[in-house]
Each structure stands twice: as structure tokens, then as C-alpha cells.
Design a protein around this ligand. Sequence first.
Ligand SMILES: [Zn+2]
Ligand SMILES: [Zn+2]
Length: 346
Amino acid sequence: MSTTTRNQIPGKYRAVQAIAPGKLELTEKNLIDPPAGFVRIKIEACGVCHSDSATVEGAFSIDYPRVPGHEVVGTIDKLGDGVEGWSVGERVGVGFLGGNCGHCICCRGGDLVNCRNQQYTGVHHDGGYAEVMIAKQTGLISIPDELLSVDAAPLLCAGLTTFNALRNAPVKAGDLVAVIGIGGLGHLGVQYARHMGFEVVAIARGADKEELARKLGAHHYIDSTATDPAAALQAFGGAKLILATASSGKTVATTVKGLRETGQMLVVGVSLEPLDVTDDVLVFGGRTVAGSLTGDSAAGDMTLKFSVLSGISAMIETMPLDKAPEAYAKMMAGKARFRMVLTMQS
Ligand SMILES: [Zn+2]
Ligand SMILES: [Zn+2]
């Protein structure tokens, strides 16, 4: 007789894992108990992020097989020893940062994002392309009741990344803020920028994105295939901040000249291309080029809260877990509008 009851997960669960660069396969894994300091999550939804390619294509050194996915939402199914402040049945999220250690030099200084012992979800351990995941307590994010799991998922990386970058940037309400790219990150970045009170410029390739950019809240639109974006930004007085979401190194280098004095180019999308910026642009006018890596779990909580308060959501397309390779391929081809989300209900 089966010992499984309705609320328990059976002894095995389905997952989609990368087995070699470029290869994803559906598999079954054995259920394990969460170790001390970790919880087990019954996953309901997981977003498909471009950074998943670092696992699937092997840009990071990956110990295959590895389950990708770092926009995970589900309910806690079991607590490991020593876990406090979380309970079974509670809905939680997990982003790219798997959880800080609490004792390294960065953690002791309050910088939990750059924890030197940070494990990346779906990179160093299995992530959310699965029905079940083991997650570290310090990486957990609270999910507000107002959000459906499929809607919360993309906010845990694409949302958190853009929200936190804008929130911590050296800008004030009313400043001119440009967002490069209207994709998975950018379409959220424009909404956050608008709701934070900035004058928002969306920059993307082609005239066809203008209508959507304005609907998302952009006051201005620059088609970078028709106009020099730096000159166009200077015509508005120059940007105090440019948030580069899905840009090549070349786009970042050319657009940096659209910054006004003391403006900042803030890069959140990784292209691995060199930034060819001459130093005079930085020295005269005191401009900066900086990077921002997602955010800690408290910033994750705030991202979701702010999204609910402001009515901000990602535009999503859902697919069941077993179609993960298809969802991933669609995202990689740039054909997702704008975020693919996997659902786990069978
Ligand atoms: Zn991501
Ligand atoms: Zn640490």
C-alpha cells in the first residue's frame, strides 16, 4: 500500500536537466530531505531566463547533469533542521542568488548579494525546471497573496534585477532615465522606472516596439536603428541614468555618450563583450559605468510588494514542464513575448 497522502510528494519527481552543453532532457529524480538550513519546495512555476543559458550552454563550469531555473515559486513542503521563520505550506520564491552564508567579509559588511560563498540557483545546485527543489533558507523570498505563482516567477530575476538596480541608482524623481532593450528585463524596467517617478526613455531596435514601450510607461521612445541613441538622449538634456538590460558591449559603448554630467550607465545584462569607452567621456563630466547583480532576498520581497502596489507585471507565456526545451529554445531565439514561464501541474 502506498504511504503517499494527498499533501505529500511521492518518492520521485520530474525534472528537466541539462546533461551536456546545449542538451536538455526530461528525467525523474529521487526525492531527498532538505539538509539543515534548507527547505524542500513543491514548485508551481519557474520562469525561463536568458541566464539559464550559462547552465545549459556551459558558460559557467557546470557539473552535469544540472537542473536550470532561478525564477522559482512554490510552497514549502518540508523544513530542514534549524530553519526558523518559515513554515510548511508557505508560498516562497527563489531567485538567482541561492542564499548568503552570513559569515564572509561581504555578509559581515551587510552586502548579501556579493557573499563570497553564494551559490547560484540552477548553476551550483539544481534549480526550478522541476517539480521539487531544495533551497537555502537565506535565499527565500516571500510571495504576496495577491500574486499568482506564474506572475510572481519572472519578478524574481527579471523584476528584482531591474527594480533593485533602479532603486539603488544615484537618481531622483523627475530625472531622465533611459532603459536599453524592451525584452524580458527591459519591459519590466520601463514599468518600474515610470512608477518610481522618473522621466522614462525606452531605447530599442525598430519602430514596432514604440507602441508597447509607451503602453508600459515610457514618455519617449528612441529607435536605435534609425537614430543615434546618444544624440537623441542629449536632445532631451542627457540621461542621468541608462539601464542597459539586453545590450551588446557596442550598444553600451555608443549610448554612454547620451549621459549628462555625473550620469551613470548601469549594466544588468551580461554580453561578455568588451566595453569600448574612451576615458575622456568618464573624466570630463564625472560619468560612471557600473554593474548591478540582481538583489538579496529582502530586495526580492520589496520587488514583489512594489509590483503589487503599482500593478506591475511581466507579460508571460506559460508552458508545461515537459515542454521546457521548447520554452528555452523560444527564449534563446528572442521570440518570447516577453517571459516564458514553466508550470508544474500535471
Ligand atoms: Zn535570471
Ligand atoms: Zn557570505
